[in-house]
Design a protein around this ligand. Structure first.
Ligand code: PBG
Length: 324
């Protein structure tokens, strides 16, 4: 039956009907807020390229999570920015490292907040790469060892979920073995499985001071045009023992998210990265778009494509607009 009998607009005519027919809804339960933690105390400094995002010292981040909980957000993912960096990223797995102390402080202040940690070396290495360097390139296997120790140190500090974002081969299996071998069988792994060498990470690298000092990340992060390869990456991480898979960035890679949703039964996460966030904020500042509507639309698109979890810098802001 088609027009004039069928009229699609019939069910679109009022907000009441639109609300009754909405196929996808965003919920606070599935939003994850990234938090940047720096050394010092009493620090709450704005990240210029990401309006609304701050870098907190450990004492302040423990306060901030109360506000996060009050907003109805139940999960955060932590990024540490240490003062001292070296070639092997020693700060990454230090028992008294920045992330480890932040996890402890957050768990002391909000015990049932789900605390995830980003597992990577790039914030801790003086060269800014995500692993150990040999011959001007990141050396996979020694890097994996460091990453496994880093994940283990996060678990010891009390992290619920560790999220490796380095894109080394074999790191999920190595992290699983390190956790299981040290009595952390219940710490889950959210793998940044399909992570692309993206221009959209620009603002993050300012916030995390993790820009590579030479070269780029294209020998380990994925090439943006590749879809079949992304499926292989996700399948491998699943086989290595990942509990959940992440696609990153989110909006430019919705096709992969939809493919992954069809292919895998695991929980899927999508990371609305710094550049995706910053573009919306920047255009809204100029009154070129309605920032709130654009943010909500981007997030619902990510959900519609198949994400269970959405990592977004807008989690608290958006939570304020959602029904409890
Ligand atoms: C660290 C890491 C990055 C992001 C998350 N984890 C940066 C990168 O790979 O260069 C990007 C997040 C964002 O842009 O919001 N390896």
């Amino acid at each position: 039956m088609s027009y004039p009998i069928t009229r699609m607009r019939r069910l679109r005519g009022s907000e009441r009907l639109r609300q009754m027919l909405r196929e996808t809804r965003l919920s606070r339960d599935e939003l994850i807020l990234p938090l940047f933690v720096v050394e010092g105390s009493g620090v709450r400094e704005p990240v210029v390229s990401m309006p609304g995002v701050f870098r907190y010292s450990v004492d302040k981040v423990a306060e901030e999570v109360k506000r996060v909980r009050d907003a109805g957000i139940h999960a955060v993912i932590l990024f540490g920015i240490p003062d001292a960096k070296d070639a092997r990223g020693s700060g990454a797995d230090a028992a008294d490292g920045i992330v480890q102390r932040a996890v402890e402080a957050i768990k002391a202040s909000e015990p049932d907040l789900c605390v995830m940690t980003d597992v990577c070396l790039c914030e801790y290495t003086d060269h800014g790469h995500c692993g150990i360097i040999a011959n001007q390139d990141v050396d996979n296997d020694p890097s994996v060892e460091r990453l496994a120790l880093t994940a283990l140190s996060h678990a010891r500090a009390g992290a619920d979920i560790v999220a490796p974002s380095d894109m080394m081969d074999g790191r999920v299996a190595a992290i699983r073995a390190a956790l299981d071998g040290n009595d952390f069988p219940n710490v889950a792994i959210l793998s940044y499985a399909a992570k692309f060498a993206s221009a959209f990470y620009g603002p993050f690298r300012d916030a995390a001071e993790s820009t590579p000092q030479f070269g780029d990340r294209r020998s380990y992060q994925m090439d943006p045009p590749n879809r079949r390869e992304a499926m292989r990456e996700m399948r491998l991480d699943l086989e290595e023992g990942a509990d959940a898979l992440m696609v990153k960035p989110a909006l430019p890679y919705l096709d992969l998210l939809a493919d992954a949703r069809r292919e895998f039964d695991l929980p899927l996460a999508a990371y609305q990265v710094s550049g995706e966030y910053a573009m919306i904020k920047a255009a809204a500042e100029r009154d070129w778009i309605d920032g709130e509507r654009a943010m909500d639309e981007a997030l619902i698109a990510i959900k519609r494509a198949g994400a269970n979890w959405i990592v977004t810098y807008a989690a608290v802001e958006v939570a304020g607009r959602l029904k409890p």
